[in-house]
Design a protein around this ligand. Structure first.
Ligand code: NDP
Ligand code: 8X3
Length: 255
């Protein structure tokens, strides 16, 4: 049981973030949900509040804006301010293009969300963890942080940055009782590809066609495992791929 621990999940409005919210709430955590789509967050909070004895709370947040991050966190009701676990999950790929043809706005969205958003959240929440000398930060990286593929260099660069930030944070917190974990998935069937291909659902579906991808729940399971380890155990990095995936873009399709 997570005994009413406060778990803040960025990007809780879909995919891995929403799965984490459900799994952590089921284990007795008080989940704090944020993202840009208020309607989704509100529905999820209602669902969790009806289903579980511990409360869920949501707020709208675009992690790309440092001021917004700081104001939203400062405005949290006092009973939600001591965050025990931060899951830096909000992230996305936008577009699939070579560097010579890439769209600047897409690059900025990826860098601002995946790298700067993660930094803003971490910077805002860490001081309180340090004051209590306890806490756990989970960064959602990717197998794209362990290699590169054509037309995906900028997204891969953001996930390489997440890997470096996770490693650096662990060092900066040397000697403190704050855990830092990177969860690095391969193909997970979420809205990720629909976002990458800008609403082209057929192209998105093709990413997961004729193979058994991971589900958002598979990743939430792994995150739950890391958080539930005894306090002296820090899972530093976990790479999780579908059995049918052996590397970046290397999928065994069944047709
Ligand atoms: P989804 O598209 O389903 O979820 C992404 C979440 O990020 C949404 O809840 C979205 O919420 C949120 N988000 C995006 N931009 C912002 C923003 N500016 N501010 C706040 N929230 C934001 O995809 P996944 O669940 O798959 O993605 C979650 C994480 O997992 C990402 O970091 C992704 O890079 C990573 N990942 C995904 C893999 C996959 O194959 N699916 C594999 C490896 C890693 P909203 O739109 O409401 O703001
Ligand atoms: C998402 C996995 O392979 O599409 O991070 O980059 S991949």
């Amino acid at each position: 049981m997570l005994c009413h621990k406060i778990v803040l999940i960025t990007g809780a409005s879909s995919g891995i973030g929403a799965a984490c919210a459900r799994q952590f709430a089921a284990k007795g955590a008080r989940v704090l949900l944020c993202g840009r789509r208020t309607d989704r967050l509100s529905q999820l909070a209602v669902e969790l509040n009806q289903k579980y004895a511990v409360p869920a709370h949501f707020f709208t947040l675009d992690v790309r804006h440092a001021d917004e991050v700081n104001q939203a966190l400062a405005a949290l009701p006092v009973e939600w301010q001591q965050i025990d676990v931060l899951i830096n999950n909000a992230g996305l790929a936008v577009g699939f293009a070579s560097l010579q043809e890439g769209i600047l706005a897409d690059w900025e969205t990826m860098l601002d969300t995946n790298v700067k958003g993660l930094l803003y959240m971490t910077r805002a929440i860490l001081p309180r963890m340090l004051a209590r000398n306890s806490g756990h930060i989970i960064n959602i990286g990717s197998v794209a942080g362990h290699g590169v593929y054509p037309n995906g260099a900028v997204y891969c660069a953001t996930k390489h940055a997440v890997k470096a930030l996770t490693q650096g944070l662990r060092m900066d917190l040397f000697g403190k009782k704050i855990r830092v974990t990177s969860i690095d998935p391969g193909a997970v069937a979420t809205e990720f590809s629909e976002v990458r291909f800008k609403g082209d659902t057929a192209r998105a579906a093709a990413v997961y066609a004729d193979m058994h991808p991971l589900s958002a729940d598979d990743i939430a399971d792994a995150i739950l495992y890391c958080v539930q380890c005894p306090p002296h155990v820090n899972v530093s990095e976990m790479i999780i791929m579908p059995t049918a995936q052996a590397g970046l873009g290397m999928m065994a399709r069944e047709k």
